[in-house]
Design a protein around this ligand. Structure first.
Ligand SMILES: Cc1cc2nc3c(=O)[nH]c(=O)nc-3n(C[C@H](O)[C@H](O)[C@H](O)COP(=O)(O)OP(=O)(O)OC[C@H]3O[C@@H](n4cnc5c(N)ncnc54)[C@H](O)[C@@H]3O)c2cc1C
Length: 399
């Protein structure tokens, strides 16, 4: 098999793994370089939306995620003190998708399944402990530089895809701008080994809790409940993950009368950024390397996986069928517009609604949400939007 078809992928996150599978399945030699020594097990994304599950059906991954995840057809919008505002059920879009639910499963479950599947392709290689330092190109090949075992190495292929996350070395070395901003507050997540429904029986498996001072997202993932809260701007990074800071907050939202058993806690900066382009000749970027958004709505990884399928399918037609490379410009047009017009717009709206300070506006918002929930047509439109069904349809329509 010719190496001048090889695609080199930086980063074995969900996005790199999906791209690698599609290329390998099409017979294209693919090498994925991962900086960590094993697959990262980070507690980040845990929501898979219906359009992503449809894409993952292609390799039978959705069925496997069902085995290890939690199927959640409903989501709730709640007020911190008043409780339920409205509940939505994805059964309302059952005619549009074979998966009218989210699957809650940690992102490392997907990468674990994908890397295991890649083993059956002799032309697919995953190299751990390989930290990519940059990418370059000529008219007929792309080259990646990386460090492994303390040595600087290079590898050549037809294309390089940077799936190496928010600080992407591939994006930076290709001088692709990444404009946007960083929110002044940190976001904190705490994972509890507690049964929240034992203390708050009407708490749904996916809840967005509105409050002007301190909103909260509560997500039931397999074997744990995860709570996401913001901090004040300029908060002390260590203090916000201390017992002193977290225990009263977790106890309040989960209505616990004892100190919670926390199995994981972290805080992180949240950015809203989109790269100027996702393709520069033979160098391509996807996922967090190309776009970042706040996690309210669970769209970062989903958008990234959707990039991976879009891009890898195009590379297959270019490399296997001789299609015009202009297809890669369409990749940028389709996926960049979704990041800006859809994911940023929707996650921004979610955050604004959750933290609305004006009591009158807040009241109007609640009335509006209740009216939407009571109206089948409007309810369906809200679900199409929040599950990314609209986004996938829009991307397909972009030439
Ligand atoms: C708390 C939290 C909750 C979230 N919840 C959701 C959710 O529910 N739904 C959702 O859709 N999104 C969610 N997100 C966002 C989601 O986690 C990311 O969008 C997703 O991980 C992006 O996948 P990726 O493959 O592009 O990048 P990453 O997951 O960041 O993977 C990048 C990979 O590249 C490797 N790497 C980095 N640098 C190099 C290098 N120089 N050389 C080689 N390898 C390198 C890393 O080790 C990593 O394995 C959440 C994020 C956070 C922080």
């Amino acid at each position: 098999m010719s190496d001048n078809k090889r695609v080199i992928i930086a980063g074995a996150g969900p996005v790199g793994c999906c791209a690698a599978l599609i290329l390998a399945e099409a017979g294209i030699p693919v090498t994925m370089l991962e900086a960590a020594d094993t697959l990262p097990q980070d507690m980040r994304a845990s929501t898979f939306h219906p359009p992503t599950l449809e894409l993952l059906d292609r390799f039978g991954i959705t069925a496997r995620l069902k085995d290890v995840g939690l199927i959640t057809p409903q989501f709730q919008l709640r007020d911190r003190y008043e409780g339920l505002i409205a509940e939505f059920d994805l059964i309302d879009v059952a005619d549009l998708t074979p998966h009218p639910y989210r699957i809650q499963a940690e992102q490392f479950k997907l990468t674990g399944i994908a890397v295991e599947m890649l083993k059956k392709y002799p032309h697919a290689q995953v190299i751990f402990g390989a930290k990519v330092t940059g990418a370059s190109q000529t008219a007929d090949h792309a080259e990646i530089t990386y460090e492994q075992d303390g040595e600087a190495r290079t590898m050549r292929g037809a294309y390089v895809i940077g799936c190496d996350g928010s600080r992407s070395a591939v994006r930076q070395s290709a001088n692709i701008e990444f404009p946007g901003f960083t929110f002044p507050e940190l976001f904190v997540t705490a994972s509890l080994d507690e049964d929240v429904q034992a203390t708050v029986p009407d708490m749904g498996h996916v809840c967005y809790i509105y409050d002007p001072e301190e909103w909260c997202a509560i997500i039931h993932a397999p074997n744990m409940w995860r709570i996401l809260i913001p901090t004040k701007p300029n908060a002390d990074r260590d203090y916000v993950i201390s017992d002193e800071y977290l225990f009263p907050r977790v106890k309040f939202f989960a209505k616990l009368d004892h100190d919670p058993k926390l199995v994981h806690r972290t805080r992180y900066d949240v950015h809203q950024r989109v790269a100027d382009t996702y393709n520069k000749g033979r160098i391509l970027i996807a996922g967090d390397a190309a776009h970042l958004n706040n996690p309210l709505g669970g769209m970062g990884m989903n958008g990234g996986i959707q990039d991976a399928y879009n891009l890898a399918d195009k590379l297959v037609t270019i490399l296997n069928e001789g299609a015009d490379e202009k297809l890669l410009d369409r990749y940028t047009r389709q996926r960049r517009e979704i990041a800006v017009e859809y994911v940023h717009a929707q996650t921004g709206r979610n955050k604004k609604m959750m933290e609305e300070r004006d009591p009158e506006v807040r009241r109007k918002n609640y009335d509006e949400l209740r009216a939407i929930a009571a109206d089948p047509k409007r309810r369906r439109e809200l679900i199409r939007q929040t599950t990314m069904i609209n986004a996938m349809e829009r991307a397909e329509a972009i030439e």
